[in-house]
Design a protein around this ligand. Structure first.
Ligand code: SAH
Ligand code: SF4
Length: 377
């Protein structure tokens, strides 16, 4: 299903497309840059604050575009480390955006490094058996404007906490496209959104600080390798053999390891940057030592970094997180081979941080006619 809003979001326009629209209104070309400055640099939240535009132009803009296509429905915070924004869209769909703060030694939490995890779809069609995002299938793709809006919402929130001096810059350090949805199944909107975020007239955010995570859509990985902007790539591997991967990720049938690994290699050759292999550890499914050994071999061949993620339990699903000892034993196999590996302590476990879980809970509450989310903005 596609959602066509009454007015397209301003966050989905490029400098060129906005210039064209304004030119048709008899406005000079420099207006587009002024408007995008208000949106991305000064981050005003109403048309009336765009004080160097004439009143008639502001009225035309308000009748033509949605300034912000996402509203903050709920904000859940965990120990000041993870901040989860539940955003409502024009058709009442809900999406999640997570701010992960990594505190730096000797400075307050407001100066922590921030990674933002964004969504690209409402739900997901890929059907990975462990994942909350995919449980109810795909509802719809997000538009580029809705993807960009998530980052602006984060900026609004962070600007309120940080000194004005930082206002012109993006209020975060990294973007990971690891929220709800399969980004490469919504390829064009995702790339357009990231291009807008990267543009100097947009947030001016470096492509090398943006990581796209995919469950392994091989043709799209090859396409991504050809993009001008050098985004980083993460592969959700989760199984080091076809036998294990196929059990938990249906995508492996169409794109088994024999196709996926060469595609990652091809991406490597184009970009020369380390790819990350994501590996969720699920008890008795993929946390056995032979899996660790196979993963080690794949990572070595691909010169990849391995991110081990202890599974976040999902209500209603049978999968479990292995014990700390089992997690460490698995990681040790990789460490012994000098593979670059991180064993992530899942941040925000207590606020349903795993992909899709807060939305799932809120939708279930909605269905149960329980007062769902309380609007906060
Ligand atoms: N669809 C893309 C990006 C979104 S999922 C992909 O699959 O890569 C982002 C990451 O969260 C993936 O690695 C996914 O496997 C992982 N994930 C999903 N459910 C999880 C859970 N319950 N616990 C831990 N990680 C999970
Ligand atoms: Fe979709 Fe990624 Fe979840 Fe798989 S892990 S269902 S691809 S969001």
């Amino acid at each position: 299903m596609k959602f066509t809003p009454a007015k397209p979001p301003l966050t989905g326009e490029t400098l060129d497309s906005l210039t064209e629209r304004l030119r048709a209104q008899g406005e000079p070309a420099f207006r587009a840059k002024q408007i995008l400055d208000w949106l991305y640099k000064k981050r005003v939240r109403s048309w009336d604050e765009m004080s160097n535009l004439s009143k008639p132009l502001r009225t035309w803009l308000a009748g033509t575009f949605e300034l912000m296509p996402a509203t903050l429905v709920l904000n859940k915070q965990s120990e000041d480390v993870t901040d989860k924004l539940l955003l409502g869209l024009g058709d009442r769909s809900l999406i999640e955006t997570v701010i992960i703060r990594v505190p730096q030694e000797g400075v307050g939490v407001e100066h922590s490094r921030k990674t933002i995890c964004i969504s690209t779809q409402v739900g997901c069609a890929m059907g990975c058996v462990f994942c909350a995002s995919g449980l109810a299938g795909l509802k719809r793709d997000l538009s580029a404007g809705e993807i960009v809006a998530q980052l602006l919402q984060v900026c609004y929130r962070e600007d309120a906490r940080t000194p004005r001096a930082r206002m012109e810059l993006a209020s975060f350090d990294n973007i990971v496209v690891m929220g709800m949805g399969e980004p490469l199944a919504n390829y064009d909107a995702t790339i357009l959104a990231l291009t807008i975020l990267n543009a100097e007239w947009g947030l001016g955010f470096g492509a090398r600080r943006i990581t796209i995570s995919t469950s392994g859509l091989v043709p799209k990985i090859l396409k991504l390798a050809e993009e001008k902007l050098g985004f980083r790539l993460a592969i959700s591997l989760h199984g080091a053999t076809d036998e294990v991967r196929e059990k938990i990720m249906p995508v492996n049938k169409a794109f088994p390891l024999a196709k996926l690994i060469p595609a990652v290699q091809a991406f490597n050759e184009k970009h020369g940057r380390m790819v990350t292999l994501e590996f969720i550890l699920i008890e008795d499914v993929n946390d056995m030592l032979p899996q660790a050994e196979k993963l080690r071999d794949i990572a070595r061949d691909l010169h990849a970094h391995v991110n081990l993620i202890p599974y976040n339990t999902v209500e209603g699903l049978p999968w479990k997180r292995p014990s700390l000892t089992r997690q460490e034993r698995f990681a040790d196999v990789l460490r012994a081979a000098r593979i670059s590996v991180t064993l992530r302590r899942e941040k925000g476990h207590d606020i349903d941080a795993a992909c899709g879980q807060l939305r799932l809970k809120t939708e279930l509450d909605r269905e149960g006619a329980v007062a769902a989310a309380v609007p906060v903005a």
